[in-house]
Design a binder for this molecule. Structure first.
Ligand code: HAS
Ligand code: CU
Length: 598
C-alpha cells in the first residue's frame, strides 16, 4: 500500500504541523526542566529563586499540556484517518482547531514567559494546575480556554468522521484504533467540563476584576475533577501505540481486541469520579467522599493491570514468533535495536514502577506521608514523563516516515536517545521518590529548611540531590538528541519505497467482542451518572460552606480560656515534663500554665 502521506497528503500535513508545535514545546519545556533540576539541587543556579515558579510553570505547562496534547491530536488524527481509511470530513475544520489550539497555547505561553520581564505587567506563575488562590494574567486563562475549545472541535471532527464512516458501514465493528480515539474523547468531553467552568465562570472574571473573590476550594475541586482524567488523556495515546503498534514491532499480533475495548470503556467510566484522590489533605471535603474516591481509584487500577497483561502477552507472542523460548529468555529475542520498539518497551517497563507508586498515592492514609513531597514528581515523571513522553518519542520514529515518506535520519542515534531517557529517569525519579519519603517538599526552589537536617536511613541527601541533577542532565541531553534526529529526518530527501503502516489482525479479533462494547452512547450515559453521584454532594458542600464566589466570613472557632489551659496542661504533662526539661520555650510555657491553673 502507498505511504500514508501519499494516500492522505492534506491530513499528513496537519499531523506534521501538530508535531512541530509539540516538539517546540518539548524543547523549551525540557530546557526549563534542566534549569530547575540544577537549581533546586543547588548544583548550578542561573536564575533567582524568585523566578523559580515562572520556570516551573513553563516546564509544567509546555511539557504536560502542550507537548503531550499536540502530539495526541496529531496521533489521533492519523489513527482516525487510517482506522476508517478515509479523509477527514472537511480539512478546513481540521485546520481551524489546529489554529485555535496553537493560538491559545501561544497566548498562554506568552503570559508565562512575560513573568521573566518585570517591565511587562503580565505573569502567570500559577503552575500547570492553575487553581486559585494563585492568580494569572487574564491572557493565560483565555489562551488555555481557547486551547481546550480547540480540543473539543478536534473531538467533534473525529466524531463527524465516525458518523460518515458509520453511514457507509452500518454493520461493521468500529476499527480498534478509531474506537480508542472516540472513547478517549468521550472521557475528555466529560472531564474538561470541570476545568471549563472553573476558567470561564471563576478565573477569567476574577483575573479581569469583574468579581473580587473566588472560592479556592471550589476551583481546586473543579480542577482535580479534570486533573485526574487529564492524566489518562496523556496516557491513552501511549496505550493506543502499545496495543496496536508495539505488538507489530515485536513481531507479533495483539493478544485480544475485545479486552482492549473493555479497557478503554473502563477508562470512560472510571477516570473522572476519582479526582478527589488529589485532595485527601484538603480541609472542607468530608472524609467519606475521599473514601469513595479512593475506592474508585482502586477499581481504576484494573484497566491498567489488564493492559499490562495484554500488552506483555502480545509482546511475548511476538518474541516467540521470532524464535524466542523459555520463561524469560524470550525477552532476548525482541528487536531491542529498533528505537521505536525499545523506547516503547522501556516506557512500559517504567510504567509498571510508576503505577505502583500511584497505588501508594491512592491509599488515603499513606498519601499523608507522600503528599506535597518530592515523591509525587517522582511518580509523575515515571508516568507522564516516561510512559507517555518516551512512548511519544519512540512512536515518532515509527510515525514520521509515514507522514513524510522519509526514513528516520539515524536509528542508532534514536536508540541512544531512548536509552539515555530511560537511564536519566531511573536516576531522577528513583531519587525523587526516596527524597519524598524523607520529607523533601515539592514545588520549591529552596527545599532546605533553615536549621533543619533531613536524615537519610540509606545514602545521603547530597547523593539524592546528585542523582536528581545527573538524571535531569541526561533527560535534557536525550531531548536534544531527539530533536536533532527529528529535524534531520524532516530535512532529508524523500525515498520511493512505500512505508508500511499495516497493523496485523489481533489473535482474538473484534468479531468475538460483545456488540455492547461499541455502544458509545451507553458508556457516555453511565459515565455521566457516575460523575453526578461522585461530585454532586462534595460540590454542594463546598459551595454551602464558603459560597459560590467565596468571600465567606470564615469559620468561627469558639473556646474558653479555661478549656485552653486545661487542654494544654493535659497535653504537656502527658509528654512527660522531664523529657522536655531544659527546652527553654517549653519550660516557660509550663511555668506560666502552672501559674494560671493554680
Ligand atoms: Fe498519578 C498524582 C494515583 C497513574 C500522573 N499523577 C499524579 C500527578 C500526576 C500524575 C501528574 O491517588 C501529580 C499531580 C499534581 O501535580 O499534584 N496515578 C495514580 C494511580 C494511577 C496513576 C492509582 N498518574 C498516573 C498516570 C499519570 C499520572 C498514568 C500520567 C500519565 N497520582 C495518583 C494519586 C496522586 C497522583 C493519588 C495524588 C498524589 C498527591 O498526594 O498529590 C494508576 O492509573 C496507575 C496504574 C498503573 C499500573 C501499571 C500497569 C503496567 C503496565 C506496563 C505494561 C508493560 C509494558 C512493557 C507495555 C497498575 C501497563 C512490555 C515490554 C516488555 C519488554 C515485556
Ligand atoms: Cu490522579
Amino acid at each position: 500500500m502507498a505511504t500514508f502521506v501519499d494516500r492522505y497528503p492534506e491530513e499528513a500535513k496537519v499531523v506534521q504541523a501538530t508535531l512541530v508545535v509539540s516538539f517546540i514545546s518539548l524543547g523549551i519545556g525540557a530546557f526549563f526542566g534542566l534549569i530547575q533540576a540544577l537549581h533546586r539541587t543547588n548544583v548550578l543556579r542561573v536564575i533567582d529563586s524568585v523566578d523559580y515558579y515562572t520556570v516551573l510553570t513553563g516546564h509544567g505547562v509546555l511539557l504536560a499540556l502542550w507537548f503531550t496534547i499536540f502530539f495526541l491530536v496529531g496521533l489521533f488524527t492519523w489513527a482516525i484517518v487510517k482506522g476508517f481509511e478515509r479523509p477527514v470530513p472537511d480539512i478546513r475544520l481540521t485546520w481551524a482547531w489546529v489554529g485555535l489550539m496553537t493560538t491559545g497555547a501561544v497566548l498562554a505561553t506568552i503570559a508565562i514567559l512575560a513573568g521573566f520581564v518585570p517591565e511587562i505587567p503580565m505573569s502567570a506563575d500559577v503552575l500547570y494546575t492553575f487553581y486559585a488562590p494563585l492568580q494569572a494574567h487574564p491572557v493565560f486563562y483565555i489562551g488555555t480556554a481557547m486551547f481546550i475549545v480547540g480540543t473539543w472541535i478536534a473531538g467533534a471532527d473525529w466524531f463527524l468522521a465516525y458518523r460518515g464512516w458509520r453511514q457507509d458501514n452500518p454493520d461493521e465493528r468500529i476499527p480498534l484504533q478509531a474506537f480508542m480515539v472516540l472513547t478517549t474523547m468521550i472521557m475528555w468531553f466529560v472531564s474538561t467540563l470541570g476545568v471549563a467552568v472553573s476558567v470561564v465562570v471563576f478565573l477569567i472574571p476574577w483575573s479581569l476584576g469583574i468579581i473580587d473573590t473566588v472560592n479556592p476550594l471550589l476551583t481546586r475541586t473543579l480542577f482535580w475533577y479534570f486533573g485526574h482524567p487529564v492524566v489518562y488523556f496523556w496516557l491513552m495515546p501511549a496505550y493506543l501505540l502499545w496495543y496496536t503498534v508495539l505488538p507489530k514491532l515485536a513481531g507479533g499480533r495483539l493478544f485480544s481486541d475485545p479486552l482492549a475495548r473493555v479497557v478503554f470503556v473502563l477508562f470512560v467510566l472510571l477516570s473522572t469520579p476519582v479526582g478527589i484522590h488529589h485532595q485527601y489533605l484538603d480541609p472542607g471535603i468530608a472524609e467519606g467522599f475521599k473514601f469513595i474516591a479512593m475506592t474508585n481509584t482502586m477499581f481504576l487500577l484494573l484497566p491498567s493491570l489488564l493492559t499490562a497483561f495484554t500488552v506483555v502477552a502480545s509482546v511475548e507472542h511476538g518474541a516467540r514468533q521470532r524464535g524466542g523460548e523459555g520463561y524469560l529468555r524470550w525477552l532476548g529475542a525482541l528487536p531491542w535495536r529498533d528505537p521505536a520498539f525499545a523506547g516503547m518497551a522501556l516506557a512500559g517497563l517504567m510504567f509498571a514502577a510508576g503505577g505502583f507508586s500511584g497505588m501508594i498515592n491512592a491509599g488515603m492514609n499513606i498519601n499523608y506521608l507522600v503528599h506535597n513531597t518530592l515523591w509525587v514528581p517522582g511518580h509523575f515523571h515515571m508516568t507522564v514523563g516516561t510512559a507517555v513522553a518516551l512512548t511519544m518519542m519512540a512512536g515518532t520514529y515509527w510515525l514520521l516516515p509515514q507522514l513524510t515518506g522519509k526514513p528516520v535520519y539515524s536509528r542508532p542515534i534514536g536508540l541512544l536517545q531512548v536509552i539515555t531517557w530511560f537511564v536519566g529517569m531511573v536516576f531522577m525519579s528513583n531519587a525523587m521518590h526516596r527524597g519524598g519519603l524523607l520529607g523533601i517538599p515539592r514545588r520549591t526552589a529552596e527545599p532546605q529548611y533553615q536549621n533543619f537536617d533531613f536524615v537519610a536511613a540509606v545514602g545521603s541527601i547530597s547523593e539524592i540531590r546528585m542523582q536528581i541533577a545527573l538524571g535531569g542532565v541526561l533527560l535534557f541531553v536525550s531531548v536534544v538528541i531527539f530533536l536533532f534526529n527529528v529535524a534531520a529526518t524532516w530535512a532529508d530527501d524523500r525515498v520511493d519505497t512505500p512505508v508500511d503502516d499495516t497493523i496485523p489482525e489481533p489473535l482474538s479479533s473484534s468479531s468475538g467482542a460483545p456488540l455492547v462494547l461499541d455502544n458509545l452512547a451507553l458508556w457516555t450515559g453511565i459515565a455521566v451518572v457516575l460523575v453526578i453521584l461522585a461530585y454532586t454532594l462534595p460540590l454542594a458542600g463546598i459551595i454551602s460552606d464558603a459560597g459560590l464566589f467565596g468571600g465567606s466570613r470564615g469559620f468561627s472557632v469558639a473556646f474558653s480560656l479555661e478549656w485552653l489551659v486545661d487542654a494544654t496542661v493535659a497535653a504537656v504533662t502527658n509528654v512527660s515534663l522531664d523529657s522536655l526539661a531544659g527546652v527553654a520555650p517549653v519550660d516557660a510555657v509550663v511555668d506560666s500554665l502552672q501559674e494560671v491553673s493554680r
